[in-house]
Ligand binder design. Structure first.
Ligand SMILES: Nc1ncnc2c1ncn2[C@@H]1O[C@H](COP(=O)(O)OP(=O)(O)OP(=O)(O)O)[C@@H](O)[C@H]1O
Ligand SMILES: [Mg+2]
Length: 395
């Protein structure tokens, strides 16, 4: 199975590109699901579906055509199905503060529930072998980062905090409930968490396996969008996910010669070349600005033709190594950088702001550092088997 994750800044075109990719995959014969992980769903709109038709259905994926389904996670249904005890506990706590029932239920939708529900589906569909490719249409970058970092966080919680809390509460609950204004959660609450965790088991490995999961970062040739794309690239790498493609969407076509767009064209040209050098060797795909919105199946099919030219397989595995990784081994922070070129000459390493700059001959690469390493400076570095390992130390 393949998982393709479309992420990027708000409004750059993630949903449209994910939907078009889904159409192309199904045309190639893959059993495909396009799933929206964005709580503000717009996938059905992208296919121009009647919302009554779409939402009237069960929580199951909606079949668009042979080999293509789409799925928008319906959080209210998910709560009934999976989060009952957790949400009823949170609701009861909120109600003690005087909030009315309906409002408390709304508030009891905790951040991350949608993402976790989507992950449970991915896991379930994988176990059932229902699809060959799952295309994830993500929420804007910040939330997609939460989506990919959650398995690790949860695992940590389940290992270190959960057994302790559950055991402790068992002991103190009878007494504490007499004294405390807020009821402590019952053991059912913990049973629910444990059940959910079981459903998520293995998802972390799935996301970090480059043979299975690839991230496609969507960007526009604009400076502010590029910055966010660079940060996203660093964070996906940090979480062990492989970005195997950058898609620069809304590139002004050459046919537009209107004077009004002259400055746009110039800046797009500059930024496109920056995008290419920054992300090299990850390929950058250019998608033109269309003369119209991309909505409905026909227009999505046009978009798919432009993206894949009828020759490229969107599910192909093209990159199997993350370009760089951050680790901590025996108390030592390390940055590892894949150098797929034959390198000659000296390697220069220095800091610029919170970025690590690596110079190899005439090549220069800026690497945004994760927060835990931002204050550190590069120390010794060694190059072995096309991998540069840099030790990071206190300045
Ligand atoms: N290349 C393009 N040419 C013209 N219009 C486009 C192009 N790509 C996307 N659009 C249009 O831009 C709008 C936003 O696109 P889309 O909803 O796919 O972005 P998004 O990144 O998913 O946004 P959000 O962050 O809100 O989820 C839509 O109306 C879409 O039809
Ligand atoms: Mg979207």
């Amino acid at each position: 199975m393949r998982i393709l994750l479309f992420s990027g800044k708000g409004g750059v075109g993630k949903t449209s590109l994910a939907a078009a990719t889904g159409l192309e995959l199904s045309r190639l014969g893959y059993r495909t699901l396009v799933m929206s992980v964005d709580p503000a769903h717009s996938l059905a709109d992208s296919f121009d579906l009647e919302s009554s038709l779409f939402h009237g259905k069960t929580g199951d994926p909606y079949v668009i055509q042979d080999k293509l389904s789409i799925h928008e996670v319906n959080i209210q249904k998910e709560i009934k199905r999976h989060w009952r005890e957790i949400s009823s506990y949170v609701t009861s706590v909120l109600r003690t503060t005087g909030i009315d029932a309906v409002e408390a239920e709304e508030l009891a939708i905790l951040p991350g529930m949608e993402e976790l529900s989507a992950m449970m589906y991915v896991n379930q569909f994988r176990r059932e072998d229902r699809y060959d490719v799952i295309v994830l249409d993500c929420a804007p970058t910040a939330e997609s980062i939460r989506f990919v970092s959650m398995p690790n966080t949860l695992e940590w919680y389940m290992k270190h905090i959960f057994p302790f809390q559950r055991g402790l509460l068992k002991a103190v609950r009878p007494l504490a409930n007499k004294l405390s204004p807020v009821e402590l959660p019952t053991d059912k609450y913990f049973a629910n968490i444990q059940d959910l965790f079981g459903r998520l088991e293995g998802i972390g490995e799935l996301l970090e396996d480059p043979q299975i999961t690839s991230v496609r970062l969507v960007t526009n040739p604009e400076r502010m969008v590029l910055r966010e794309t660079q940060r996203a690239f660093v964070y996906f790498s940090l979480h062990g996910l492989t970005v195997d493609g950058i898609i620069a969407n809304r590139v002004l076509p050459a046919a537009v010669t209107d004077e009004f767009f002259e400055e746009w064209r110039m800046s797009q040209r500059t930024i496109l070349s920056e995008i290419e050098s920054y992300f090299a060797p990850v390929p950058v795909k250019r998608v033109p600005l269309f003369t119209h919105e991309v909505m409905g199946r026909e227009r999505l099919e046009d978009l798919a033709r432009v993206m894949y030219d009828g020759t490229e397989d969107p599910a192909a595995v093209t990159r199997t190594e993350a370009p760089y990784t951050f680790t901590k081994e025996a108390g030592q922070y390390l940055v590892r950088l894949q150098l797929p070129f034959a390198v000659k000459g000296e390697i220069g390493l220095f800091k610029k702001g919170d970025e690590l700059v690596v110079e190899i001959g005439t090549l220069r690469r800026h690497i945004g550092l994760p927060t835990s390493m931002a204050a550190l400076s590069p120390g010794r570095a060694k190059l072995e088997n096309k991998v540069l390992t840099i030790e990071m130390k206190e300045a």
